[in-house]
Design a protein around this ligand. Structure first.
Ligand code: AHG
Ligand code: MN
Ligand code: MN
Length: 347
């Protein structure tokens, strides 16, 4: 029997093909990828890789619970209002507990900050080995969960500054200081997207082996794409410039896509291009999205993928945060599309 040819796009045999027709292209798990990355940093001590590995474990656990949420009784209200003044659903609390339990055992973490907890949690001081701070939105877009629409988890990793006594002051760092950032989208597939400052890389959960496998390395978003993503019900409350931009987009053949889960809307923007906006509204004059654990991690990813992220006309990642749950207006996506919005904001 002739040896099967490993086909590639050109139909030529793949450069990786061994004599026997075995395809030997890399099959990389998130774990292996992070260890490869670590090897690129001689001073790396492996603690950082342990944190990513912990987040990956939490993601797999949350993915299972999200996909069986009705069977597990996770839908419906927790009966509480969180620090955001928003009704908590049971799955918000469950996802939060999973992440706290998984990350709590990592010895290099000093502080954990969650959308669901009013104050940061101090695990250990710098002098006790606390090298990193991890902030996260355990379940983003959770109001969509009861309709089986994509939801996600967002995380960011900062260095702990042992000279700063207070936990809040320690985590209130501008987005430019992020060591890593990423999200997990529990959508039609479960994808894990991460950057450590060297490009954006995407992994997909292979349930049969329980691993996130690399599907896209150094992802770059298109410079333009005629899609905007905003909750147009709030238009009357948007500042003038945003309203002018929407009128311009309507007159220039744009289409609109809005899911209402930031992770899903930003993931589509990252993969296909376009622009995602959450402007100031009548209800949220300072914007709705949280700077530290929604806007900054997503901005890091978008910029690493060649896009832009602004709050008003300022680069989002240069904002100096003052408190853990601070909110910000946001426009992020393809650089060409963000420029169109900025042109209208500048008047
Ligand atoms: P969360 O579920 O973590 O509170 O986040 C919800 C956020 C974000 O996911 C989404 O972009 C935005 O809320 C949608 O807000 P509107 O429903 O006001 O459009
Ligand atoms: Mn959120
Ligand atoms: Mn949330």
């Amino acid at each position: 029997m002739s040896t099967p040819k490993a086909s590639t796009n050109s139909g030529q045999s793949s450069p990786h093909q061994a004599a026997r027709g075995v395809v030997t292209d890399n099959l990389l798990s998130l774990q292996t990828f992070i260890l490869d990355e670590e090897a690129r940093h001689p001073h790396a001590s492996g603690e950082f890789s342990w944190i990513i590995s912990a987040i990956s474990l939490a993601a797999k656990m949350i993915a299972y619970k999200v996909r069986h949420v009705r069977l597990q009784g996770g839908v419906g209200s927790q009966g509480d209002v969180n620090v955001q003044g928003e009704e908590q659903i049971k799955m918000d609390v469950i996802a939060n507990e999973v992440i706290m339990r998984v990350l709590g055992s990592r010895h290099s973490i000093a502080v954990l900050g969650s959308e669901e907890d009013e104050q940061p949690t101090i695990l250990r001081r710098g002098s006790e080995g606390g090298k990193y701070c991890v902030l996260f939105d355990p379940l983003d877009g959770s109001s969509n969960l009861d309709t089986a629409v994509g939801v996600g988890t967002i995380f960011t990793i900062l260095l702990n500054d042992p000279t700063i006594p207070g936990a809040v002051e320690t985590v209130c760092q501008p987005g430019t200081k992020q060591v890593a950032a990423g999200y997990v989208l529990y959508g039609s597939s479960t994808v894990f997207v991460i950057t450590t400052g060297h490009g954006v890389h995407m992994f997909e959960l292979d349930m049969s082996v329980g691993s996130f496998l690399l599907v896209s390395r150094d992802l770059k978003m298109p410079r333009t794409c005629k899609v905007y993503s905003v909750n147009e019900a709030n238009t009357e409350g948007f500042p003038e410039g945003y309203q002018r931009y929407l009128k311009w987009a309507h007159a220039n053949d744009y289409s609109s896509r809005y899911i209402g889960s930031m992770v899903a809307d930003v993931h589509r923007t990252l993969v296909k291009g376009g622009v995602f906006l959450y402007p100031p509204t009548a209800k949220h004059a300072g914007g709705k999205l949280r700077l530290l654990y929604e806007a900054n991690p997503m901005s890091f990813l978008v910029e690493q993928a060649g896009g832009m992220s602004v709050s008003g006309t300022k680069r989002t990642m240069e904002i100096q945060p003052k408190e853990l749950h601070e909110r910000t207006p946001l426009v992020m996506g393809s650089s060409g599309e963000v420029e169109h919005v900025l042109r209208h904001l500048r008047g």
